[in-house]
Design a protein around this ligand. Structure first.
Ligand SMILES: C[S@@+](CC[C@H](N)C(=O)[O-])C[C@H]1O[C@@H](n2cnc3c(N)ncnc32)[C@H](O)[C@@H]1O
Length: 471
């Protein structure tokens, strides 16, 4: 495969890389590597897969399987993520004390690669706000957050300028900015057809606006991690140098292992890290960690008279009290018919978020309550916090798991009547309700597998190995 790179992009890269340009161009003609990041809260790390060097839970696959046909993918046991972007892990581990309870923002969150990664790295006592400005993309982010199952995450759908009004709210902010996508050319040829000099300029200006809009929401002393998947200086080093002129900001140096092949860069005292496909096994990527050296502290938040979060009644709480592993950790709130669990320690901050932002999803959606009856919701099935004995589980084979995820009728022979957690290889997929002579499939319509399963259900295909060794 050889890519027809835009002429002025080639000229730019020749200037930037000099003698290394032919190796770069050659690497772009190779297929892009496939990698996944494993959710250790749901499954063990695989044995025998080559590791992404800068991530403890990142692994390369030798080929790209049909992830849609792997139930563990739907169960949030792993996330398919480009390897270079997993370098975020190094920035967080090296610049932030992850044992502390932190308020963290992922500003440009959809579809959720970095948000799910951050959620796994934070302590359970932390709070992550995963934001996405484009509504349909915010819904996809919310779906992936529910499947990952962390619980201490709120998904919002706001413009950076709205979030910027939460002065001094966040200890850490990740800005994985929309960019011209030069680093994605071999993976996503559409990025190449949309590339132009004018678009690079437009992206750079938009990134500056985003950084300025959200800056006030970072605490003084807090860390902002800026990343793009593009190579040009305008969207990377030049933006950081510009930021340092506008605000009290300095970059933090990261320790690199020489084997990683990551390139350290510097412009006007601001440091960044570059991933080139001829030097690292991954796509093009840029990252810098910035510390805010001065600025306004958070103002004390005064709850408004009408609370935005309504605490559930004693009777309502009693319906779900045995469903979570550590009930004391959570506060149960009610909105319309829905009961949700939110981390107790963050209720004041959550009140502020619900008052000021458009919250698409928060905490763990537990149940819909009707006439003193609680119907468990999909997010609870996929939650890392579901109490083990709260519901009977039915382990199903691959064919049944796929039919369940396709929203077909399935039979769960062994289980008693009532709500049953459908699971594959020990990973929960969702709810079934067993009645006298049938099972109601409660997998959400919006999440169902849409492709035909005819071919996948052929015995020879069912026998194939899956990504994490299940079958
Ligand atoms: C590089 S993608 C984020 C990928 C994501 N962090 C992940 O790891 O899965 C950039 C995101 O920024 C969003 N975006 C576009 N314009 C924006 C703007 N003006 N302000 C903030 N975000 C924007 C896009 O919708 C897109 O989801």
């Amino acid at each position: 495969m050889s890519l027809e790179l835009p002429a002025s992009f080639q000229t730019r890269m020749q200037t930037q890389l000099g003698a290394a340009y032919p190796a770069f161009a050659q690497a772009l003609a190779q297929p892009s590597p496939t990698s996944i990041r494993v959710n250790q809260a749901k499954t063990a790390l695989p044995e025998g897969l080559p590791q992404v060097p800068w991530s403890e839970t990142g692994f390369y696959l030798s080929a790209r399987p049909s992830f849609t046909l792997d139930p563990l993918f739907h169960g949030g046991a792993y996330y398919v993520q480009e390897a270079s972007s997993m370098f975020l892990e190094q920035a967080l581990r090296q610049c932030v004390d992850l044992k502390e309870p932190l308020a963290v923002l992922d500003l440009c969150g959809a579809p959720g690669g970095k948000s799910t990664h951050i959620a796994s790295l934070l302590s359970p006592e932390s709070l992550l706000v995963a934001n996405e400005v484009i509504k349909p993309r915010a819904n996809i982010l919310a779906e992936n957050i529910q499947k990952w199952g962390s619980g201490n995450v709120v998904v919002t759908n706001n413009d950076p300028s709205h979030i910027g009004q939460l002065t001094g709210f966040f200890d850490v902010m990740v800005v994985d900015a929309p960019c011209s996508g030069e680093g994605m050319f071999r993976k996503d040829p559409d990025a190449m057809s949309e590339w132009s000099e004018a678009n690079v300029k437009l992206c750079s200006e938009r990134q500056r606006r985003i950084l300025m809009d959200v800056w006030d929401a970072l605490k003084p002393g807090g860390v902002l991690i800026y990343s793009t998947c593009t190579y040009n200086l305008e969207e990377n080093e030049e933006n950081l140098a510009w930021l340092a002129k506008q605000q009290d900001a300095e970059t933090l140096a990261l320790q690199l292992h020489p084997d990683w092949g990551v390139t350290a860069t510097e412009l006007e005292g601001m440091h960044g890290y570059r991933f080139y496909p001829h030097q690292t096994q991954g796509e093009g990527f840029f990252l810098a960690a910035v510390r805010k050296t001065d600025g306004e502290e958070a103002r004390p938040y005064r709850k408004s008279k009408r609370p935005f979060l309504v605490i559930a009644s004693k009777q309502e709480k009693a319906l779900v009290q045995d469903w979570l592993r550590e009930p004391k950790f959570w506060e149960i709130v009610k909105h319309k018919e829905t009961l949700r669990a939110l981390p107790n320690a963050w209720m004041l901050e959550l009140e502020q978020l619900y008052e000021n932002l458009r919250v698409v999803y928060g905490g763990i959606e537990l149940a819909e309550v009707m006439k003193n009856n609680a119907k468990p919701l999909p997010a609870l099935a996929l939650s890392q916090h579901l109490a083990e004995d709260a519901f009977p589980a039915a382990e199903v084979d691959l064919a049944t798991a796929l039919k369940y995820l396709h929203r077909e009728d399935v039979s769960l022979e062994e289980s008693a009547n009532g709500w049953v957690l459908v699971q594959f290889n020990g990973v929960a997929l969702g709810w079934g309700k067993k009645l006298q002579n049938r099972v109601n499939n409660h997998y959400p319509k919006e999440w169902r597998i849409r492709m035909s399963l005819d071919e996948a259900l052929q015995p020879e295909n069912l026998a194939k190995q899956f990504v994490l060794g299940g079958q």
